[in-house]
Write a protein that binds this ligand. Sequence first.
Ligand code: VGL
Ligand code: ZN
Length: 193
Amino acid sequence: MIVESSSKKKALLLVDLQNDFCPGGSLAIAEGDAVIPIANQLQSYFDLVVASKDWHPKNHTSFVDLWPIHCVQHTAGSDFHESLDTARIDKIIFKGMDEAIDSYSAFFDNEHLRKTELDDYLKSENVTELYVMGLATDYCVKYSCLDAVKLGYKVYLIEDGCRGVGLKPNDISDAIEEMRNRGVIVIQSKEIR
Ligand code: VGL
Ligand code: ZN
């Protein structure tokens, strides 16, 4: 007998739940900290919990004219939010370390030149379903979800577990629509039990 389904795992990906993206941080996202209790509450429903960290060198290219200085390696701004329960996190994925290339997705840099450990790690753990939440909806969450679909995962976006930057008024709703159009299943945290 082939017991295939029992080996398929579900993972929760917590995207960039770091101080600089929360109120008081240098790239503060409105209500960014409101998703932390959701992250804490959901972790026990998953076989694996993975968290990404935006992890920039201090001379990162994105600080030149795109973003304020944020998530510099080994600074308080790049730490996880203090209320985040980190005890169940199985793996931390660092991204954005190349001075010259930004990395919104937790899987690849923005030029798709380098892969992080995330895909190999999830595949080695037989993860087939990836549930994604975090910061920011219209950047790192979106690109992580789109890459995950391309890499063959069944991808769920936990909508209320995300907050966005919203440089333009429609950016957040457009991001959700784009994810949905590319096969991401949009759900609410209360549907996970
Ligand atoms: C992010 C802008 C710059 C994100 C990271 O985590 O969504 N956004 N760096
Ligand atoms: Zn960044």
